[in-house]
Design a protein around this ligand. Structure first.
Ligand code: B3K
Ligand code: ZN
Length: 880
């Protein structure tokens, strides 16, 4: 085991830096292997800093070329420099300028942090700690400064030179083949928001005039030459985002220009650098033949997310990395709301909850659980998690549910007013809401500090004589690493009571908890909420819209669930009722297959048949209602001694039975939904396609039904949603046409790496023992490369997170393969390696044989020498 484990950074140790920085002037002379960076940094001693206190600047793999202070070179004993630190022993008492010259090698930067090259384009990624790979700096989010950036490069290498802010100067350097550009960003920002890009890129332009003050903003999207025709949707999404932020939050854009650059090698989705967002090209490029409806929705969401960071992240940033959810949870909430307004709110909510349950619940229930605002970390890169992002967004949503629309808006307005231009904390955020609405949010704040998914256990008692309904609601939360006991949370439970005729019921009085309109506010471990004056026994609908990120165990009878599935006017809870009915069957099918009675399956099938044909629901919602819980969902619900093969068999049996029961209706629906109109990515058309594909999926589960129709669907497709869905069905059902379709796909799209990622994923997620060997073969395919994060995620990431039976193979070969990949990848790109290793996060829920094999693979990783702190941290915490 590694012994030089990094000491953790702790929230309680936070102190401001002894020196502040007012301005940073960068002069970057680009060359592929030896880029020279001159940083002139203006420091000033803070009032309470003793004169002469040393100044420590962070570095990472840096080479210092020269150093001077106020224009004079420093004597050798005035400072100490290593690759990861520069110390100035006794800085002056008065403000001073330090000029640091470093030399860096963008070509050798395989970590994709700091300045690197992607397909020849120079680009940067500085969040969280990448700026220190460019120059020595106080590289932390609470040091805000005004940046001016001059970039110089050979014209032929990099005709385009970009940085944050507005362009101020550009020109040729006479007598040379070089040119330069200067950019000035007037908004003080932390170093993690610094960015520069240089390369030979194509540019798509547009403009946006702000609603609030009529300012014209130039919009530019930069892509590799040849991709100009794939930017329309991203540009449209950007303009819609800019408008929506003005309308929904009163936030206007602030620079003269907003730029997006799409690069092909990127560790995550995108980055919100001030005025110069850098994107993984997957979230920019789209045309119907190459992008699925899900891709379009992803582009819309990520473009919006990064744009919204301009206010929640850039104008108001985080005091320290513990406050990451301050910008991420809030910005996810904002992008979710944007997409809800652009598309169907109900469908978006279901999709978001599905995502939360699929990614955040397992994290919160396993060894990697951590509070939304953690209190210690060894490697901050490992805290860009579903908990910080998705649960962080749920907390903001709860705040809105609890305080109401007006109270929420008043709190947001006060937050922007008070903290614009600052590096803030969760306390600052909550205080804005508390002050704006005169509400005590101390108990609510526990959502940020207590990890784990709470459970609400609900039980009901109907008193026919008194006509009262008593709902007992008990909350609890299981221990998580470092947190044995939990205090009760404030939980807003949105609800309704549904009468026998399907209508909402009124009551004359309610007691036992605070009830704000249709929200019961839980504050104690247990409440007995009594509704009086009801005309008949209602069926309760609790946690409407998933109003709190909890597990609800309300023990509803099958009869009541079927009633809710038919009558609840909350679309989310309708979906939830169907899911619960299906989950009960699937769980039992996996654990005790012989107890599954066919009449139970028939009941579910009848309900789904009814739902699929109900014209009152939009097609996208019907598609969600028809989709059975995934194998991973079932594993999560079972929670112990999980056998993925048994789950797969049970799911398949239920699916086939439903398909058999509904075959005629499904076939009719499939025909009726065929779209004659040309492809449109807009929500209504996407919804029809989604429903048609769910129905095709069911039909394809029946032996003999599948083949011809699915292959015809593949061949007739005029868009990627249809083509890819059909390809997946053929491959995942080992259809006779599978190989032919795979070859056809490769012939059509072999040169388009983003599309070939889909081809890799389809093969990596095929539920067969041969899959592992195929993946090994595919690692040698020309489209695959260990240096590109998208390729790794598409092939190996998809296998580890999306192939339940094969990653968790009973012989342990899946675990060994992923462990081997993590170890070799760690040397090249630790962030991507650590992310891949977190696929082991639920290893403890497996049955004993698989559990032992997963543990052995994890231990082998943990005990390897020369691990990055990223991988070391995930391995150690996974085993705790
Ligand atoms: N803020 C970036 C994520 C940076 C991740 C650094 N390891 C993208 C986003 O959430 O918008
Ligand atoms: Zn973000």
């Amino acid at each position: 085991m590694r012994t030089d484990v990094a000491t953790p950074v702790r929230l309680e140790d936070y102190r401001p830096t002894p020196y502040a920085i007012s301005t940073v002037d960068l002069d970057i002379r680009l060359a592929p292997k030896a880029t020279k960076v001159t940083a002139r940094i203006a420091f000033s001693r803070r009032e309470d800093t003793a004169v002469g206190q040393s100044l420590e600047l962070a570095g990472d793999e840096l080479k210092l070329v020269s150093l001077s202070l106020d224009g004079s070179a420093l004597a050798a004993d005035d400072f100490e420099a290593s690759a990861d630190k520069l110390t100035i022993h006794t800085p002056p008492a008065d403000p001073f300028v330090l000029e640091i010259v470093t030399e860096i090698d963008p070509d050798a930067n395989s970590k994709l942090m700091g300045l690197y090259r992607s397909s020849g384009t120079y680009c940067t990624q500085c969040e969280a700690e990448g700026f220190r790979r460019i120059t020595y700096f106080l590289d932390r989010p609470d040091v805000l400064a005004v940046y001016t950036t001059r970039i110089e490069a050979r014209k032929s290498d990099a005709p385009i030179l970009l940085a944050n802010g507005n362009p101020t100067e550009a020109g040729d350097i006479e007598g040379t083949d070089r040119h330069f550009a200067v950019w000035h960003d007037p908004f003080p920002k932390p170093s993690y928001l610094f960015a520069m890009v240089a390369g030979d890129l194509a540019c798509v332009t547009d403009s946006y005039t702000t609603l609030l003050s009529g300012r014209e903003v130039e919009l530019r999207i930069y892509v590799e030459h040849g991709n100009e025709g794939r930017c329309d949707y991203a540009m449209d999404a950007l303009k819609r985002s800019m408008r929506w932020d003005e309308e929904a939050f009163g936030r206007e854009y602030d620079l003269d220009i907003f730029m997006i650059v799409a690069v092909s090698d990127f560790n995550m989705g995108a980055m919100e650098n001030k005025g110069l967002n850098v994107f993984n090209d997957k979230y920019v490029l789209a045309k119907p033949e190459t992008a699925t409806d899900q891709d379009y929705a992803g582009i819309e969401g990520v473009i919006a997310h990064e744009y919204f960071h301009n206010w929640t992240g850039d104008r108001i940033t985080c005091r320290d990395w513990f406050q990451l959810c301050l910008k991420e949870g809030l910005t996810v909430f904002r992008d979710q709301e944007f997409s809800s307004d652009m598309r169907s709110r109900a469908v978006k909510r279901i999709a978001d909850v599905r995502l939360l349950q699929a990614h955040q619940f397992p994290e919160d229930g396993g060894p990697l659980a951590h509070p939304v605002r953690p209190t210690a970390y060894r490697q901050i890169n490992n805290f860009y998690t579903a908990t910080v992002y998705e649960k962080g967004a749920e907390i903001v949503r709860m705040l809105k549910t609890y305080l109401g629309d007006e109270g929420f808006r008043a709190g947001m307005d006060l937050y922007f007013e008070r903290h614009d231009g600052e590096a803030a904390t969760i306390e600052d955020f909550l205080k804005s809401f508390a002050d704006a609405t005169d509400t005590d949010l101390d108990q609510f704040a526990l959502w940020y500090s207590q990890a784990g998914t709470p459970t609400i256990k609900a039980s009901e008692n109907w008193d026919e004589a008194a006509k009262t309904l008593t709902i007992e609601l008990e909350q609890s939360c299981a221990p998580t690493p470092g947190q044995e006991t939990k205090q009760p949370f404030t939980m807003p439970v949105r609800f309704g009571l549904i009468g026998p005729n399907g209508n909402e019921m009124e009551w004359s009085a309610v007691s036992g908890a605070e009830v704000r309109e249709d929200v019961i506010v839980l504050t104690e471990a247990s409440h007995k909420v009594v509704f009086e004056g009801l005309s008949a026994r209602p069926v309760s609908s609790l946690l409407r819209g998933f109003s709190a990120p909890v597990r609800l165990d309300d023990g509803k009878s099958r009869e009541d669930l079927v009633f809710l599935a038919r009558h609840d006017n909350d679309p989310f809870n309708r979906w939830q009722a169907v899911q619960t009915l299906a989950m009960q069957l699937l769980k039992r099918g996996a654990q005790a297959p012989t107890t599954l009675a066919s009449d139970e399956i028939q009941e579910l099938a009848a309900l789904l048949g009814e739902v699929s044909a109900d014209e009152n629901f939009e097609p996208a919602l019907r598609a969600q209602l028809l989709q059975l819980p995934s194998e991973a969902d079932i594993a999560r619900e079972i929670g112990t001694d999980v056998d993925p093969d048994a789950i797969k068999a049970a799911r398949k049996a239920v699916e086939v039975a439903i398909a058999g029961h509904c075959l005629e209706g499904f076939a009719e629906l499939y025909e009726a939904l065929a779209d004659e109109a040309p492809y449109s990515p807009e929500a209504a058309a996407a919804g029809r396609r989604a429903l048609r594909l769910v129905v095709l999926d069911y039909m394809a589960s029946i032996e003999g039904e599948a083949s011809a129709r699915t292959f015809a669907h593949y061949n007739a497709a005029d868009n990627m949603s249809d083509r890819l869905a059909a390809l997946r069905l053929l491959v995942h059902r080992a259809d006779t046409h599978a190989q032919e379709a795979l070859e056809d796909f490769e012939t059509r799209f072999g040169k388009d790496a983003l599309v070939m990622d889909k081809w890799l994923t389809v093969q990596a997620t095929a539920p067969f023992p041969e899959t592992l060997a195929r993946i090994r073969t595919l690692t040698a395919h020309p489209t695959f490369s260990y240096s590109n994060p998208n390729r790794i995620r598409a092939l190996i990431g998809a296998f580890a997170t999306g192939n339940q039976t094969q990653f968790n193979r009973a012989d342990g070969a899946g675990f060994e393969f992923v462990a081997d990949t993590v170890l070799s990848l760690d040397k090249r790109n630790p962030q991507v390696a650590a992310r891949l290793l977190s696929a082991f996060r639920s290893w403890r829920v497996l049955e004993p044989g698989r559990r032992a094999l997963a543990e052995a693979a994890l231990r082998r990783v943990a005990q390897s020498s020369d691990l990055s702190s990223d991988v070391q941290d995930i391995a150690a915490r996974s085993l705790q």
